[in-house]
Ligand binder design. Structure first.
Ligand code: ZN
Length: 241
């Protein structure tokens, strides 16, 4: 259930991207680096295949008497439109359809998700995926020293996606200081989730906190060689960004 709204958001974004010019008319033909790619299971959002009605997020009618996760789930299991977009039915389809579209558009991706699934995707398409290491304080019981050891052992190349805000930790929270220090020392790129969350975030994650890009300022001042990319483009805080 935790990925429902993330996937919804991704689909809405994808809709606008897909309507852009086709591949052959684009002036840029070089590789695209997708720095926000997840290896998640087909049922990560609920029973597969998930269904999404284009534009549904623009008109979410919601009665708080119904639990939000149930409302979200029903949008997919009982989509309120005649021609919903259907997601992949199996984990293999998620992987293989992702690989196919990446090859079509010359995309390489920083992939996060369970380590075994990342390894599986890498084996299925050598050279296409850069291993990420997702991290969320309080959800993941892993110290900064353990992250450092994983990196030194070659387990990952990018620390992403960092989703601490889902559990109330913003970028400059002292609880994450040691992790920033490890990333800076080893020149590990960090992909940080910021901005707002999925629709109904506080009902899915009671500790969720909205995060402005300004929250990263103190960290960048402290670690001036640190490489960070801000996921979701800082939306909706363009001025802060
Ligand atoms: Zn993400």
């Amino acid at each position: 259930m935790r990925f429902i709204a993330l996937a919804l958001g991704a689909l809405f974004l994808f809709g606008s991207i897909a309507s852009a010019k086709d591949k052959d008319s684009r002036p840029y033909q070089g590789p695209i680096i997708d720095v926000h790619l997840h290896a998640y299971p087909a049922d990560g959002n609920g029973p597969a295949p998930n269904a999404v009605c284009p534009g549904v997020a623009a008109n979410l009618e919601y009665d708080p008497q119904t639990p939000w996760p149930a409302k979200m789930g029903a949008l997919m299991t009982d989509p309120p439109c005649d021609d919903p977009i259907l997601g992949p039915a199996t984990d293999e389809e998620v992987r293989d359809e992702t690989i196919a579209i990446m090859k079509k558009y010359n995309i390489k991706g920083v992939l996060s998700g369970p380590a075994a699934r990342i390894a599986d995707w890498q084996a299925a398409a050598p050279g296409l995926f850069i291993a990420g290491r997702e991290l969320s304080l309080k959800r993941d019981d892993v110290s900064a020293a353990e992250i450092e050891a994983e990196f030194e052992n070659g387990a990952f190349e990018v620390l992403a996606e960092v989703t601490n805000q889902y559990r109330g930790f913003l970028a400059d929270d002292p609880a994450f200081d040691a992790y920033w220090a490890v990333a800076a020392e080893h020149d590990i790129p960090v992909g940080l989730h910021l901005g707002i969350g999925p629709p109904g975030a506080p009902m899915l994650y009671p500790d969720f906190r909205v995060q402005t890009p300004l929250r990263i300022e103190a960290i960048l001042n402290r670690h001036q060689t640190l490489r960070v990319y801000l996921m979701h483009a800082g939306f909706p805080f363009a001025d802060d960004l």
